[in-house]
Write a protein that binds this ligand. Sequence first.
Ligand code: AMP
Length: 369
Amino acid sequence: MSQTFAPLAPGSVIGVLGGGQLGRMLALAAARLGFDVVVLTPETDTPASRVAWRTIVADYTDPSALAELAELAAVVTYEFENVPVAAVEALIAHGGDVAPGALALATAQDRVKEKSFFRASGVPTVDFAAVDSVADIVEGLSRLGAPALLKTRREGYDGKGQTWVADAADAEAAFARIGSKPAILEARAAFRRELSVIAARGRDGVVAAYPLSENHHRDGVLRTSRAPAQASHTTRAEALRIAERTLERLDYVGVAGIELFEGEDGRLLVNEFAPRVHNSGHWTLDACQVDQFEQHVRAVAGWPLGPTDMLATAEMENLLGDAALDWAALAADPSARLWLYGKRDVAPGRKMGHLTRLGSPMRRDPEIA
Ligand code: AMP
C-alpha cells in the first residue's frame, strides 16, 4: 500500500467511521488542509457530523451505506476502535482504502489478541491468561498471583468491564461481575505512573512520535495529561522503540495511542493501544507544531508527516459532565485554551470538552529518544 498510494489532493474526500469528538477534531483538521469529510455514524446530530461536509446515518455494517461511503471517500479512517471489522472489510471489498487497516482494528478489539501481539513483537506487557470460565480464573490466579485484574476481552473502555479478583474464592463472583464474558486475567502491574506515547506512521513507513505524556485517571477515566513527561533517556528511547515496533508490525498508517505503565525501576510495560487519535494527545492541539489530528489526516492522505516538536509544555484537563457548564469562566481565563465538543446533553462523566494550559516555552526539541 505504501508504495502505490498517491498523495490525496486538497478537495479529496476523507471518510470517518464514528461521529464523536475525535471525529469532530479530525474533521476540523482535515478541513484546514482543504479536505472534505464524510462521517458514517449510527446516530444523528453527532459532534463530528456538525462540522463535516456530509453525514451518512446508518449502522456501521449497513451494506448500502458502506457502498456509498466507499464511492464518496478516497480514504476511510475510524475514530473509535469498536467499529466492526466487517465494516472495514466491506469497504475494502468495494474498492475503498481504509487506514489504519483491519489488522490494527482486530488486534485492538480483543485484549488477548492484543497482548499476544505485543509479546510476539518483543514488547513487554503484564503476564496474562485467557479466560473462558471460572476454572480459567482459578488457574490463572495460581500463576499470576492475587489480586489480579479481570477484563472483558472485548468492548471495555474507560475502566468498564473490569474487576479485581481478590483470590480464588472470589473467582466465581468476579466472573459474574463482568457478565461471564470471555475475558483476560492480568497480573497486577506495580507501576509508579501511567504514560502514553502518541505516534504516527506515514504511508512511506516513516514513524514520528510526540514527547511522552503523563496521565492521571480517576474512576478509570482520563482526567489530566501533562507533557512532556519527565523521563530518563532510556525510558524515552524504549517508548520510541515500542511505538516503532508496534506500528511497523501492524503495517500501520495513521496515529495511534499506546498506553504504558512505568515501573519503579523505569521499565515500561504496554497496557493497551488505541488504533486512532487519543485523548492523552489532545494537548498537541495547542502545544505542537502539528497536532495529532492533522498528523493523522496527513498520514492517511499520504502526505508527509509533520514535525512533532512542542512549542511549550502543556497540561490537558478533560471537562467531564457539569464541568463544561463553567465555559464562561473558562473562556475568561487567558491561560486556558478551551475545546468544546458540541454535545447536546450533559451526563455525569461524559467527555464534554477539554482545556489545555500551556507552560514554559520549549527551547529545544524534547524528542522522546
Ligand atoms: P484499561 O481499560 O486496560 O486501560 O485499564 C484502565 C485502568 O486500570 C488503567 O489506566 C490502569 O490505571 C488500571 N489497570 C489496567 N490494567 C492494570 C493492571 N494489569 N494492573 C494494575 N492496574 C491496571
